[in-house]
Design a binder for this molecule. Structure first.
Ligand code: FJE
Ligand code: FE
Length: 311
């Protein structure tokens, strides 16, 4: 194993919990590996859900609502077509990003875009649900969309990083986050390592996409991990060390995500996330009666779902 150089900066964060994300079925014929949001890891403030999803047409996530949080969809392979009841529509392509603030309410569909030539494509990505604080839960819905070529990237000493949110070595992402969040996609070539700053009081995790790596401190439990593992980092430090010590010669790819905890009560009912049961009851009422943000959903159904004869 590579020696870890001790740097002058603060204390290291250690992995305190490691979880393998098994496959489960969600939506319409879609498969997800859920890590945050499942029973063993209900909520990691401010993060509600992390799904590594995989959809092959005919399948996807047809018409459904959201209120009270943000969804961040980052495509790893293939593409997803999204349509909402306000007429906003587009394709998130490989390497591209959609940062959606559902706020007071959105009804949308997220489906593989049909390529019309009968070819089967595998569409894979990550969807992260980030909670909004009570003062932002009912903001007007909005989107921030970035194509792959416009995502800031940096490379140094065998480390490639795509900056989804936050900054790295002075390179900044254009994404504005209502809940302060960092989201970095790292690829480490064999033998390379990082020592990444994370704000002291933020909750942070690593999710491994590819290869095999070491995280935290070689002497600690759970420090080694491979693809589809969620690593929860403990508090009490302001940086993460990670290295690719593999003999296999393969790159190590993972995301490092951190966020400022909101510290408010969370009452969740499926795709509605509020602070109290009364607010959830109101939300269900609004959704059923097409009020307070759900007006346009009354006469809407997505093209993708209609094409499949789903509604
Ligand atoms: C949802 C079940 C769902 N993970 N990853 C219930 F499947 C969904 C949902 C998604 C989803 C969509 C994409 Cl593109 C990627 C996902 C769950 O749409 F919102 C509820 N409530
Ligand atoms: Fe959705």
């Amino acid at each position: 194993m590579m020696p870890i150089s001790e740097e002058a900066s603060g204390k290291k964060r250690l992995v305190v919990k490691k979880l393998f994300a098994r496959q489960q079925h969600e939506g319409f014929g879609a498969v997800v590996r859920r890590s945050i949001g499942r029973f063993e890891l209900r909520y990691f403030d401010p993060f509600l859900v992390l799904d590594e999803f995989s959809v092959t047409a005919p399948a996807g996530f047809p018409d459904h609502p959201h209120r009270g949080f943000e969804t961040v969809t980052y495509m790893l392979e293939g593409e997803i077509l999204h349509e909402d009841c306000e007429g906003h529509k587009g394709v998130i392509r490989e390497g591209g990003l959609q940062w959606m603030t559902a706020g007071k309410g959105i009804v949308h569909s997220e489906m593989p875009s049909s390529n019309g030539n009968g070819t089967t494509t595998h569409n894979k990505g990550l969807q992260l649900w980030i909670n909004l604080s009570s003062k932002h839960k009912l903001v007007m819905p909005s989107y921030q969309e970035t194509e792959s070529k416009d995502i800031a990237e940096a490379e140094k000493d065998g480390v490639r990083v795509r900056i989804i949110a936050g900054e790295w070595n002075g390179v900044k992402s254009k994404i504005c986050t209502r809940t302060p969040t960092m989201y970095l996609d790292f690829t480490l070539s064999p033998g390379s390592k990082i020592s990444q700053h994370i704000p002291l009081h933020w909750n942070a995790f690593v999710y491994v996409l590819q290869g095999h790596g070491h995280f935290g401190d070689a002497r600690s439990q759970h420090s080694a991990a491979s693809a589809h593992h969620m690593l929860i980092l403990g508090l009490g430090g302001d940086r993460l060390e990670a290295w690719n010590g593999s003999d296999s010669g393969l790159p190590l790819r993972f995301i490092l995500v951190g966020g400022e905890p909101i510290g408010e009560p969370v009452v969740q009912f499926g795709p509605f996330v509020m602070n109290t049961q009364e607010e959830i009851d109101q939300t269900i009422d609004d959704f059923e009666n097409f009020t307070n943000g759900f007006e346009k959903a009354r006469h809407w159904k997505s093209q993708a779902a209609s094409d499949l004869g789903l509604f």
